[in-house]
Ligand binder design. Structure first.
Ligand SMILES: Nc1ncnc2c1ncn2[C@@H]1O[C@H](COP(=O)(O)OP(=O)(O)OP(=O)(O)O)[C@@H](O)[C@H]1O
Ligand SMILES: [Mg+2]
Length: 252
């Protein structure tokens, strides 16, 4: 069983898209997959066609009460993966949980009972290095970093590494499992320069597969479908399938 946190504090770099596309592909390959939405924006929840307003139990309830029967909070989706959903209410977590002892370990404790039930747990994190991201990192075996090939991407990477080092003080196994270049337009020289710089700095950690900029990936979440359903065989569906093969080769 592998738990991956998909994290990068920069907003809009493809965290949620990567969590969903990778998760659904792993499911198609027969892996038992659980997705966890740790973002109050609840984009992941909505991207599988679930309306957060209809939910009575979410990841927030788990964080408040990690010993809760987790089965009550896990939803089955139409796309071969399970989901622990989020709503806007999760935004309260940073404040409400601020005084709790071991507040970074709440998700890890909540997920500990699921180790047998899944092959992969993928945790989507919000665009910050706050408590929710810390919980995602502390619960994970490895971090999967989507890197948008823009000018400041590598600065953001340095901040994330600093945060990972903090978590390593009590969770030494945590490491960067891989970096995936997202929204790449091969005609844009900045994109290609950042891609090259990332490979120079992080070597093998950067996946060979790059995710192209593709408008279908903008449209798919609007209709609540993963790319495999919305545009099967499209360049981005193929790219995520290739990325999934690399992830499996690395993590089993
Ligand atoms: N490869 C891509 N090509 C084009 N659009 C993309 C691609 N990947 C993601 N998008 C779109 O870009 C936007 C941001 O992507 P996404 O929501 O996955 O990023 P995020 O890192 O999760 O954002 P946030 O930090 O707000 O959680 C979304 O509208 C998504 O549909
Ligand atoms: Mg997101």
């Amino acid at each position: 069983m592998t738990i991956l946190a998909i994290a990068m504090q920069k907003g809009g770099v493809g965290k949620t898209t990567t969590t969903l596309s990778l998760g659904v592909e792993l499911g198609r390959l027969g892996r038992r997959v659980l997705l966890v939405d740790m973002d109050a924006q609840s984009n992941l929840t909505q991207a599988v066609g679930i309306d957060p307003l209809t939910l009575t139990q979410t990841v927030y309830d788990l964080l408040l009460e990690p010993s809760r029967e987790i089965g009550q909070v896990v939803l089955t989706t139409a796309y071969g993966v399970d989901l622990i959903p989020a709503t806007l209410g999760l935004a309260r977590a940073e404040m409400v949980l601020a005084g709790h002892v071991g507040r970074e370990l709440l998700l890890r404790r909540a997920l500990s009972g699921l180790v047998e039930a899944y092959d992969y747990i993928l945790i989507d994190s919000p665009p910050s290095l706050g408590l929710l991201t810390l919980n995602a990192l502390a619960a994970a075996d490895a971090v999967l970093v989507p890197l948008q090939s823009h000018v400041f991407a590598l600065n953001a990477m340095a901040h994330l590494e600093e945060t990972i080092r903090l978590i390593q003080q009590f969770h030494p196994r945590l490491h960067i499992g891989g970096i995936v270049m997202t929204m790449v337009d091969r005609r844009t020289s900045v994109n290609m320069a950042v891609d090259q710089a990332a490979r120079q700095e992080y070597g093998e950690l950067v996946y060979q597969t790059v995710i192209p900029f593709h408008v279908k990936l903008v449209e798919a979440p609007a209709v609540g479908q993963p790319i495999q359903r919305y545009a099967p065989g499209s360049s981005s569906a193929v790219a995520y399938a290739q990325l999934t093969q690399e992830v499996i080769a690395r993590h089993g």
